[in-house]
Design a protein around this ligand. Structure first.
Ligand SMILES: *Cc1c(COP(=O)(O)O)cnc(C)c1O
Length: 228
């Protein structure tokens, strides 16, 4: 299949799953994860109508963003990877949305750099659905404390929660857990209703369960070249 065929097939699947959940395709925000693929692939997808792209490493993303901006493209960049505090300043230079807010030190640095750059950003709190405390994302018992810190930063517009289903896990059970944590978040942040759930393997399940944002890479871009 060509890039255009894979892209169209994912769009069709999104539409079907949206309808299955009582919504329409316009209710689902597709972020194409372009990590490990060149700027030229992003440019091709833009010509097909795609607007939002996701990246997980600042070094790669900032380079791609400046290359595409110089070429005249307007892109809505989403940062979906673990974000080190020393990269915050750079990421705010191009990203509209950060999906991986997971700890107090990151919230603090975001607040500081947003003030300096005089801008605002959309953010998701990333959930850790595993029992492994070393994984990215906040644990259930720290969710409310972190949410309160985010809510205190007026320049962060908290959209909701983001989660990655574990490998070899039933995505339904994983997303159920994320939905429960989303309800918990809404008890302190009623406007933070969005759900960034679902990747190539499970985006249809995610949409059927209420995802508003999906982050799809390889199902559209094809297999990733081996990363450096
Ligand atoms: C890479 C990545 C994706 C996309 O993964 P695919 O399986 O290629 O769709 C989505 N979310 C995050 C956080 C990622 O790192």
């Amino acid at each position: 299949m060509s890039l255009a065929e894979r892209y169209r097939s994912v769009l069709t699947n999104i539409e079907h799953s949206a309808i299955a959940s009582g919504r329409t395709k316009e209710d689902i925000h597709l972020i194409v994860v372009s990590k490990n693929h060149p700027a030229s692939l992003v440019a091709e997808l833009i010509t097909m109508g795609q607007i939002s792209f996701g990246e997980n490493r600042d070094q790669e993303a900032s380079q791609k963003a400046s290359e595409l901006t110089a070429a005249g493209y307007q892109i809505d960049w989403h940062f979906v990877g673990q974000l080190q505090t020393n990269k915050v300043k750079s990421v705010l230079g191009y990203a509209s949305t950060i999906h991986s807010i997971d700890r107090p030190s990151l919230v603090q640095e975001l607040g500081k750099q947003l003030e300096k750059q005089d801008k605002s950003i959309n953010g998701f709190i990333e959930l850790n659905l595993t029992d492994d405390l070393g994984r990215g994302g906040v644990d259930e018992d720290q969710l409310i404390d972190l949410a309160e810190l985010v809510l205190a930063e007026k320049r962060i517009n908290l959209l909701g929660v983001m989660a990655v289903a574990g490998l070899q896990k039933d995505p339904r059970a994983e997303f159920e857990r994320a939905l429960r944590m989303s309800e918990k978040l809404k008890s302190v942040a009623p406007a933070a209703t969005k759900l960034s759930l679902g990747m190539s393997e499970d985006y249809q399940v995610a949409i059927e369960m209420g995802a508003t944002h999906i982050r799809v890479g390889s199902a559209i871009t094809g297999p990733r070249p081996i990363s450096a």
